[in-house]
Design a protein around this ligand. Structure first.
Ligand code: PLZ
Length: 455
């Protein structure tokens, strides 16, 4: 195998050969500055040449531990050999027809699979798209058409995408929304459940939503309430138990649909196929993306048959939607999750990370305010020790130290003070432990520095 082969051919160890980013990456970074818009910066500008398992290899031969999975996409491992094989077979046969012009079996099979692995035993139908934003946007189209209503209720801390409609649904202004108005109308924001910060029970938090709908919108105007069962970009916020079930029962009493945006939390990430299962809700419509495509762009809306079929023929589509190679990739990825026990692996990753963080949190002066998430979607919220004051500088500094040591972590959250882990589910325990060692050490160094500066 040659040096740019991904998959498990790459040794599963962290190797830091140069400064990170190293000289070759820096050279490419200079070239990029002349060619690529500055509106799209990179979290860590190491230029990747190969990846597999839990490792990213860069242009300087460094091997970084991947605790990001390209934001939750390479769930079954980068360049997973079964995925590569399936995609290769497909692209040798044909690459594109446009499903709405002349169809193919792979598309149908992905829809069958999603209908069977999503929550609920009711009759379902699925439509395929390319990105998570597109899936969310189409779920809203279906909800409006099927209910004949316009208002869409979204939560504080939500992230739903970057298209005009989904940007209106996304909560955070900077950097996502600034200067891009006017954004889509008929989007109403209501309180989320954020147990660490609001201290409310699920019932209490849901009551705030219901009151807001009744007083500001009117239940009969609302087509759907859109929820991320675990909020992703918002900071891996797990709602208080009972919050989502209370919203669901209110919604269903009032002819309102529940749309679950499982773009980040879905397809095995949390140790169930979908995070909705753990929250005991059965969404009417689901937006699915990221990991489902096995690394190729694929997304889906899966929902109740009568809702999905309420749209006029030709009302949904897209040239590339459900591209044959992406379908082949998705089928192989879903099979990998089943065949290799990756739901169980996700839970194990969660247990390992949570127990390491719990130990670190007990140390005097720890900045870890909250540890949360499920399965391989785990985060720590950082605060000034002894307070709940968000510590975004500390999060940034700790992440930078991790990057320099060859561990890729991402910072997120409404306050920019959450470090999140989204490793591939195939990451080995040794590699994961090494990554956690580096992160926990980075936290204590960054805390000492930050506190030193505050004196
Ligand atoms: N819904 C819940 O997490 C994408 C955004 C990265 P697309 N999250 C990562 C960035 O800064 O652009 C996401 C999500 C949830 C929808 C989306 C949108 O998915 O595939 O990025 O369009």
């Amino acid at each position: 195998m040659n040096s740019i082969t991904g998959g498990p051919a790459i040794s599963q160890q962290r190797i830091v050969r140069t400064q990170i980013p190293g000289p070759n990456s820096l050279k490419l970074q200079n070239r990029r500055a002349e060619a690529v818009t500055s509106a799209i910066p990179s979290v860590l500008p190491i230029y990747v040449t190969a990846a597999g398992g839990g490792i990213l290899v860069d242009a300087d031969g460094n091997q970084l531990i991947d605790l990001a999975s390209g934001v939750g996409v390479s769930t079954v491992g980068n360049a997973n050999p079964k995925v590569v094989e399936a995609v290769t077979r497909q692209i040798n046969a044909f690459t594109h027809t446009a499903f709405f012009v002349t169809p193919y079996e792979g598309y149908v099979e992905v829809c069958e699979k999603l209908n069977s692995i999503t929550p609920g035993t009711h009759a379902k139908r699925t439509a395929l798209f390319n990105s998570g934003s597109e899936a969310v946007e189409n779920a809203v189209k279906v909800a409006r058409k099927a209910t004949g209503r316009q208002a869409i209720v979204v939560l504080e801390h939500a992230y739903h995408g970057r298209t005009n409609l989904t940007l209106a649904m996304t909560a955070k202004a900077a950097p996502f929304k600034l200067g891009f108005g006017p954004l889509a109308s008929e989007i109403y924001r209501v309180p989320a459940s954020y147990p660490y910060r609001d201290g409310l029970s699920g019932e209490e938090a849901a009551t705030l939503v219901i009151n807001a709908i009744e007083s500001r919108i009117g239940a009969t105007e609302v087509a759907a309430i859109v929820v991320e069962p675990i909020q992703g970009e918002g900071g891996f916020i797990v709602p208080a138990p009972g919050y989502l079930t209370a919203l669901q029962s209110y919604a269903h009493t009032n002819g309102i649909l529940i749309i679950a945006d499982e773009v980040q939390s879905g397809t095995g990430r949390t140790g169930d196929w979908f995070a909705s299962e753990h929250e005991q809700i059965v969404p009417d419509l689901m937006a699915i993306g990221k990991g489902v495509g096995g690394g190729l762009p694929l997304s889906a809306v899966t929902g109740r048959a009568e809702l999905m079929d309420a749209v006029q023929p030709g009302g949904l589509g897209g040239t590339y939607s459900g591209n044959p190679a992406a379908c082949a990739s998705a089928l192989a990825a879903i099979a990998e999750i089943t065949d290799n026990g990756l739901l169980e692996a996700a839970r194990k990753i969660g247990e390992t990370a949570i127990s390491r963080f719990a130990t670190a949190q007990k140390l005097p002066g720890s900045p870890i305010g909250d540890i949360r998430g499920r399965g391989a979607m785990i985060a720590i919220e950082l605060v000034l020790p002894g307070t709940k004051t968000p510590a975004p500088d500390l999060a940034r500094a700790a992440a930078r130290l991790c990057h320099e040591q060859g561990v890729l972590v991402l910072v997120t959250g409404t306050h920019g003070n959450v470090i999140r882990l989204l490793p591939p589910l195939v990451i080995g325990q040794d590699l994961l432990q090494d990554g956690l060692d580096v992160l926990i050490e980075a936290l204590s160094i960054a805390t000492a520095q930050t506190l030193g500066e505050n004196k």
